[in-house]
Design a protein around this ligand. Structure first.
Ligand code: ATP
Ligand code: MG
Ligand code: MG
Length: 349
């Protein structure tokens, strides 16, 4: 039987692995950390670092296709893997999305609206950028940021020095603050034949930089819904993308503004597990394995809520609720700010 290689053993890798198993594949997960959530469900796990080229090569040679839950795979690791099995989504999507400056430039060159942005290699560049973009603004590390980490708000020019210090010397970009009425995301999929299918956009609420809830349907007009889907398709086509992508958008009176893209299944797409016949994980496996895309039309209204840290204590109570589907990641240790699971609440009309 065919084997799907998954790089990254977190909850996304775990749910991808389950979906792959359901389609009859075996899975092999590559993960540097010990005891990963995906390790309990995958057929095979390799525990090794991204600098262990022998382990990477052996992993690549043991699988038929390589996919990933994690976009920050080092370039040298990708060079090794590429020699062993096809990587889907492709390397261009990784190159573009590993660096916020490259990503924003790519989106702008596609003709899409983004926050105003500027490269900030040093303090002088930050002064110049603030002069052009103005406050409020957000300074973000170009690489490795997630869950709002590596970001500092600049409410007035006087905050610049401390914001720059928060970057710990890492290259950064300055983004003008977008005054949005809502945040939404499109979970889009593109198959190997170039067909594109999008799940219904979800409306996202963040707290402390971390996604708390996604609600479908999002409160969007028909025109905004069409715009969201069309711009997502434009992004996937431009990258000759194969697989599922999360596209985060700000809703503004001037139209939709793209915040960021994630070249993988996305937390804001977890509602699809209980709102669609084919969820984002199966859709991704279908695409990377060369199947036709599935039917992701939405048959229920859903509120997805992340269980973060001590939220896990609410599970016994949630388990008594008939309309709540519970998804736990099997993480060994509860930590503040750590995503431990999520629930999908079906809203019956
Ligand atoms: P993720 O976990 O989604 O990958 P991240 O760490 O990459 O998050 P962003 O998505 O860039 O961070 O920002 C996190 C949140 O901060 C956004 O969802 C939004 O609420 C707010 N935010 C980020 N950039 C801007 C901006 N330019 N204007 C206004 N709000 C912003
Ligand atoms: Mg991000
Ligand atoms: Mg984000």
């Amino acid at each position: 039987g065919a084997v799907i290689g998954i790089i990254g053993g977190g909850q996304l890798g775990r749910m991808l692995s389950v979906a792959a198993s359901r389609l009859g594949y075996r899975t092999h997960v590559f993960e540097p950390g010990a005891n990963p959530p995906a390790g309990h469900v995958a057929d095979r796990v390799t525990t090794a670092g991204y600098d262990d080229h022998a382990a990477l090569r052996a992993f690549g040679e043991s699988v038929d296709v390589i996919t990933y839950e994690f976009e920050n795979i080092p370039t040298e690791a990708l060079d090794v893997l590429e020699g062993a099995a096809p990587i889907r989504p492709g390397r261009e999507a990784l190159r573009v999305s590993q660096d916020r400056l490259t990503e924003k430039t790519f989106l702008r060159d596609l003709g899409l609206a983004t926050a105003p942005f500027a490269d900030v290699p040093d303090a002088a560049a930050l002064d110049a950028a603030l002069g052009r973009i103005g406050a409020p603004a957000i300074l973000k590390t170009r690489r490795f940021g997630y869950d709002g980490k590596g970001q500092a708000r600049i409410m007035a020019a006087g905050d610049a020095a401390s914001a720059l210090a928060d970057m710990n010397g890492a290259p950064a970009i300055l983004e003008g603050f977008v005054s949005f009425s809502a945040e939404v995301s499109v979970i889009a999929a593109r198959g190997q034949g170039g067909d594109v299918a999008c799940f219904d956009p979800g409306e996202n609420v963040h707290r402390d930089g971390i996604l708390r809830t996604t609600t479908v349907p999002a409160r969007l007009s028909a025109a905004q819904r069409t715009d969201a889907v069309l711009l997502a398709a434009r992004i996937l086509n431009a990258l000759d993308y194969v697989g599922v992508m999360g596209v985060e958008l700000f809703v503004t009176p001037q139209g939709l503004v793209v915040n960021e893209i994630a070249p993988r299944v996305h937390n804001s797409g977890h509602w699809t597990q209980n709102g669609c016949a084919v969820d984002q994980f199966e859709q991704h496996i279908r695409a990377v394995a060369g199947w036709p895309l599935g039917d992701g039309s939405r048959y229920a209204d859903v509120v997805m809520e992340n269980l973060i840290g001590d939220d896990l204590d609410r599970v016994p109570g949630l388990a008594r609720n008939a309309d709540v589907a519970i998804h736990l990641y099997g993480k060994a240790e509860v930590k503040a700010g750590r995503k431990m699971g999520h629930v999908n609440r079906i809203i019956r009309g």
